[in-house]
Ligand binder design. Structure first.
Ligand code: GLU
Length: 327
């Protein structure tokens, strides 16, 4: 049973690097349902930290795609609100202030290793981000003085320290991280001068008074790193709800590049948004069958207990059915 909580503040925070896909839509739908069911507020924040990867058309495009689905929000770049600006690209001074606080505590160090070197030190599998630990620190210490002297710009990291960190996820259940092994030192500013996702997310979620974060469970390890930053900055952490990934028929994660599965692509093909919502709600365990439905029709009966951990696979038949609905 869901107890009303007008103090609830949730958020959905798309990165405008392209069109939203079904996986994004599902996360947004659940974040919206959590806020609406409890009578709280939903914040729409645009995570456009990564200037070079930001597609300007997607900043507003993503909002339109969500509105097309039938979702709305109480604060955001288009509707304003008391915690703006709602675009991360405009919040740099807040990240700088948090960095200054971490520096004041002596927690920040400069790392001069390249991405390639970090991988080599860790012998991490290709593509995986290695945990930054003792081996990386030693390798950095060997080269830092010379590279600093040569004027190389370092990335900045927060020392993670030892210990164990645990929290209860509302869907994924109890989580436990061994800080040194699972998380490592947390990057807060990148060598290219961009603020790191971890720092910006913590600063913004705290500043915007977010009480619960809904996002994909690919970000579970990031949550561990973010909890370290909440602790270091003396900020209250929100509750977390990590949704299992939505996989396509071949068992792969739904990616933005699969054009036909973007909301824009489905809309252009004439698919009704209620069909998309019905399919997603069914996958979430909220509907016994994928019948067309508007998000607001799901609010009254919405019960988080129906949402189970574990990946959800969209079958080819589901997707054919969805596309066929457009004709
Ligand atoms: N902008 C991030 C993404 O789209 C948000 C992650 C988060 O919810 O913290 O992956």
């Amino acid at each position: 049973m869901t107890v009303p909580d007008p103090a609830y503040r949730g958020r959905y925070a798309p990165s405008p690097t392209g069109d939203l896909h079904l996986g994004n839509a599902r996360t947004a739908l659940l974040a919206w349902l959590r806020a609406r069911r409890q009578g709280g507020r939903l914040v729409l924040r645009v995570d456009d930290l990564d200037g070079p990867r930001t597609v300007e058309a997607a900043v507003h495009g993503n909002l339109e795609e969500l509105a097309w689905l039938g979702l709305d929000w109480d604060e955001g770049p288009d509707v304003g609100g008391p915690h703006g600006p709602y675009r991360q690209s405009q919040r740099g001074p807040r990240y700088a202030a948090a960095l200054a606080e971490l520096e004041r505590q002596g927690l920040v160090f400069a790392c001069y290793l390249s991405r390639r070197e970090l991988h080599d030190v860790a012998s991490a599998p290709h593509g995986a981000t290695p945990v930054y630990g003792a081996a990386q620190r030693r390798a950095n210490e060997r080269v830092a003085a010379a590279r600093r002297g040569a004027g190389k710009v370092p990335s900045l990291r927060v020392r993670a320290g030892p210990g164990v960190l645990a929290f209860d996820d509302l869907v994924a259940g109890p989580q436990r991280f061994e800080v040194g092994v699972d998380l490592g030192d947390v990057i807060v500013r990148r060598a290219d001068g961009l603020w790191a996702y971890q720092l910006a997310t913590v600063v913004d979620d705290a500043a915007m008074g977010i009480t619960e974060v809904v996002r994909g469970d690919d970000l579970l390890p990031s949550t561990g790193s973010q909890l370290l930053l909440y602790r270091a900055l003396g900020l209250d952490a929100p509750a977390f709800l990590h949704l299992p990934l939505l996989l396509d028929e071949s068992g792969e994660r739904l990616a933005k590049r699969r054009g036909s599965l973007t909301l824009r692509g489905l809309r252009a093909a004439g698919v009704a948004p209620e069909r998309v919502v019905g399919l997603l709600a069914h996958g979430l365990g909220l509907l016994p069958e994928p019948r067309p439905v508007a998000p607001r029709e799901l609010v009254a009966d919405f019960d988080l207990a129906a949402v189970r951990p574990g990946p959800v696979r969209l079958t080819a038949a589901d997707l054919d059915e969805l596309r066929a609905g457009g004709r």
